[in-house]
Design a protein around this ligand. Structure first.
Ligand SMILES: Cc1cc2nc3c(=O)[nH]c(=O)nc-3n(C[C@H](O)[C@H](O)[C@H](O)COP(=O)(O)OP(=O)(O)OC[C@H]3O[C@@H](n4cnc5c(N)ncnc54)[C@H](O)[C@@H]3O)c2cc1C
Length: 499
């Protein structure tokens, strides 16, 4: 396995005496649930990216914000690193714990504090589940738009930290676009409010800066989200194609026709077959690719848009375009998509989910490139993704029990991300960088940009105690990885030692 762990970052931290810290925590924070035995710590050794595991030194499960405040103060004083964890569904190792650190589990803060239909907002504790917000808002005809496929489990605090996306983000925006205000605790345990109850707030937009900061700038203790009225009507079209490139081209053509669908998702043949086998969604298993296109809004607009999109799809070469006949069929079409990851999981002992974003127009070429890389590395790749956003999710199938396959999967994943960067895209769309993609950050950003990121981190957390070793690579690491952004053929950092 690649050593994705940044030893230098952790190595720079003082070693922690576990017994002494446990004793101090018990004395200073009586009533705080602390896990310290090996068998209790094991369940927390990874997030959704289970290929990377570290047993945390201690796990704490606070129930009151005052406990988190006091914990952070103590950890700051003792220079103990802290990794926040919500529901642990992250796919980039963002909540991967540290052997020499505390894992701060925010899951018990799971209350919806307020649903305000007049102001169209909800106040939620950070451990509240994404779907629970829409469920609480439903009696008022409202919902929370960002809908990661993990929404039955993932927490809103984790969504803020990862700037999570989902099927409906093409039209309604990512988490960052659906937030009003976030309450956080700084590394020193100081309470801060980012954003405001109004639609704008003065000063730098720290709320946007904080969104997607992966637990490295502060701990989310409360989130105020915007609620939207449920669309009057939603219809879904399922279009089949005999090539992935044609389906990829159709995506750009739908948007170019002036329609912004509520969701525009693509699945290739491997994913279609896996989902059909698992969910019986009614997918055409012979198709090389399908597009699911949801149109929502008021009745007259939805009918017009359906006809317009149908024409675009046919002109783009769709072999069949079907409209879900009723709500039950629409739900089945989406169930296939939402369960595509576990469905693909049934095809092979392990899979590795990548997350890169590209300009929409590059979809056909990048899909072809992924197929070529898949053949070159001898590993199957299923594609199921938010096509409208250009947010790719190649799922690389492998068997970790076969020597060398995990390394090959990682190398293939790295190549796919670099392909995304090469066409003007990004190494992450919604899953974050975490531990997983830290090396690819060197390919995405140059030294000046990384230095700026380190400066932002230092402004919030100068001693690098919050989630160290994630997200921002050290310049040394980039030199070692050998993937530093090269400008005009000049070797970056000639002064740095190569390893
Ligand atoms: C089957 C499946 C499907 C998925 N589909 C999607 C999808 O469609 N879209 C998408 O965006 N993601 C998706 N994900 C990834 C994941 O669900 C999201 O990244 C989600 O936002 C993580 O939330 P969590 O509560 O599980 O966070 P965790 O995994 O616990 O943590 C994620 C990051 O957030 C930080 N964090 C957590 N809580 C806090 C807090 N209170 N304060 C500060 N930092 C905190 C952690 O330190 C870590 O860096 C999927 C995952 C799975 C397993």
């Amino acid at each position: 396995m690649n050593i994705l762990y940044d030893e230098r970052v952790d190595g720079a931290l003082p070693r922690v005496d576990k017994a002494a810290l446990l004793a101090e925590l018990r004395e200073r924070l009586p009533g705080l649930d602390i896990l310290h035995r090996e068998e209790d710590l094991k369940p927390y050794e990874c997030d959704g990216l289970s290929a990377y595991r570290t047993t945390p030194m201690l796990v704490v499960l606070p129930e009151r914000i005052e406990q988190v405040e006091a914990l952070l103060r103590l950890c700051h004083h003792r220079q103990v690193p802290v990794v926040a964890r919500g529901a642990g569904t992250g796919l980039s190792g963002g909540a991967l714990p540290l052997e020499q650190g505390i894992l701060l589990v925010m899951a018990r803060f799971n209350k919806i504090l307020e649903v305000n239909p007049e102001g169209r907002f909800a106040r939620v504790q950070p451990g509240g589940r994404n779907l629970a917000i829409s469920q609480a808002a439903a009696p008022f005809g409202l919902y929370y738009a960002p809908d990661p496929s993990s929404q039955i489990a993932c927490s809103i605090g984790g969504n803020v930290a990862e700037n999570a996306g989902g099927v409906h983000c093409l039209k309604y925006g990512l988490t960052v676009h659906n937030l009003l205000k976030v309450e956080i605790l700084s590394v020193e345990g100081e309470r801060l409010t980012l954003g405001s109850d109004a639609l704008d707030s003065p000063g730098f937009d720290l709320l946007a800066l904080f969104s997607g900061s992966e637990g490295m700038l502060g701990i989310v203790t409360e989130v105020t989200v915007k609620l939207l009225p449920k669309p009057q009507m939603a219809k879904v079209l399922l279009a089949s194609f005999d090539s992935v490139e044609k389906a990829g081209r159709a995506v750009g053509e739908i948007i170019a026709a002036g329609v912004i669908p509520g969701g525009l998702e693509m699945m290739d043949n491997l994913a279609i077959r896996a989902a059909e086998d698992f969910i019986h969604a009614g997918y055409p298993v012979e198709a090389e690719a399908i597009l699911l296109c949801e149109l929502d809004g008021v009745e007259a607009d939805v009918h017009d848009d359906c006809e317009r999109v149908r024409r675009v799809l046919e002109q783009a070469g769709a072999t069949e375009v079907r409209q879900a006949r009723d709500e039950a069929e629409r739900a089945r079409f989406w169930a296939g998509r939402k369960n595509a990851f576990p469905a693909v999981g049934r095809l092979s002992p392990d899979y590795y989910c990548m997350d890169g974003t590209i300009p929409r127009r590059e979809l056909p070429g990048v899909l072809r490139g992924i197929a070529e890389l898949s053949a070159e590395y001898g590993l199957r790749v299923a594609n199921v993704f938010h096509a409208g956003d250009g947010n790719m999710h190649p799922l690389i199938l492998f068997d970790a029990n076969r020597p060398g396959e995990l390394e090959r999967a990682e190398a293939l994943g790295g190549k796919i991300l670099e392909l995304c960067v090469a066409v003007g895209g990004s190494i992450t769309g919604e899953h974050g960088v975490g531990r997983e993609k830290i090396n690819q950050m060197c390919a995405q950003f140059d030294a000046d940009e990384l230095t700026l990121f380190h400066a932002v981190k230092a402004a919030f957390d100068p001693e690098r105690l919050l989630n160290p070793g994630k997200n921002i690579p050290t310049l040394h690491r980039c030199a070692e990885f050998g993937a530093m952004h090269v400008h005009h053929g000049r070797l970056p950092f000639p002064e740095l030692e190569r390893f």
